[in-house]
Design a protein around this ligand. Structure first.
Ligand code: NAD
Length: 247
């Protein structure tokens, strides 16, 4: 299927490894001109080289912390007027809810809520003017199935879900779509580092295995495609059926 996005410009966040990297590679494979954003220049250079080897096109890179206003500004300056925006950052730490401080809340909101909100705000008017925009936010299956001790993540991702539900409908008439992709047990470096905890979770997946980053990235590429213009404001689980049945 031709996704009809060759030559479009994409800004992909948290793209030095894991899901962000896989999504960037899938878009580059479609001929999209990709900019990779993450904190460390060295890891970004490695990621860009890996994509260049696979797709014959070396993505631009920008090293910046998306949880700070300056970092978000730097990222938007490196990729002004993207047609496609994939927001993503590392998840907040696991903590007992009684020990969560206001500083913890601020950090989680900056990293997993405001980073996406501010990048959307900074790029959406250009998308509206050009009558094409695709925004995919990488959130989490915890949006559908909150996990104990991950209260910082549960709450901040639901905040983003609520924000997107409202905004997506205000821009849909301009061929700008916003959707959230909800990963669950996709085998990234981070998940594999969780060892036994990850293994126990993967045993419960009805598909009988962990997901592959490429499978998640294929869903992302489709939602970023010209073909997906009538899908907006959705929360799509990519979890092998792990979340309990919802209708
Ligand atoms: P990961 O830790 O492997 O990758 C995160 C990427 O984001 C890295 O490139 C990292 O450098 C970058 N990053 C982190 N914080 C950043 C910041 N402040 N500014 C700029 N870049 C930053 O994680 P992953 O497994 O690829 O997961 C991506 C997101 O999806 C995370 O928020 C994670 O919590 C969530 N998630 C993943 C799964 C899964 O199955 N892998 C399940 C649920 C939720």
């Amino acid at each position: 299927m031709d996704l009809e996005i060759a030559g479009r410009k994409a800004l992909v966040c948290g793209a030095s490894q894991g899901l962000g990297f896989a999504c960037a590679a899938a878009l580059a494979q479609e001929g999209v001109l990709v900019t990779l954003a993450a904190r460390r220049a060295e890891a970004l250079a490695k990621a860009a080289a890996a994509i260049a080897e696979r797709c014959g096109q070396r993505p631009a890179t920008v090293a910046a912390d998306l949880s700070s206003p300056e970092g978000r500004q730097a990222v938007l300056a490196a990729c002004p007027e993207p047609d496609i925006l994939v927001t993503n950052a590392g998840g907040p730490p696991s903590k007992d809810f009684r020990t969560i401080s206001s500083a913890d809340w601020s950090a989680a909101l900056d990293g997993n809520f405001l980073s996406a909100v501010e990048l959307i705000r900074g790029s959406i008017d250009g998308m509206i003017a050009r009558r094409f925009g695709r925004i995919v936010n990488i959130t989490s299956m915890t949006v559908r199935m909150p996990v104990q001790q991950l209260d910082l993540s549960n709450a901040t991702r639901l905040a983003l879900t609520g924000y997107v539900a409202g905004v997506a409908r205000q821009v849909a008439a301009h061929n700008v779509s916003i959707n959230n992709l909800l990963p669950g047990t996709i085998a990234t470096e981070r998940i594999l580092q969780l060892g036994d905890t990850a293994r126990r979770l993967i045993e419960k997946v009805p598909a009988g295995r962990a997901g592959k980053p490429e499978e998640f990235a294929a869903a992302c590429a489709f939602l970023c495609s010209a073909k997906a213009g009538f899908i907006t404001g959705q929360n799509l689980l990519v979890d092998g059926g792990l979340c309990p049945i919802t209708v």
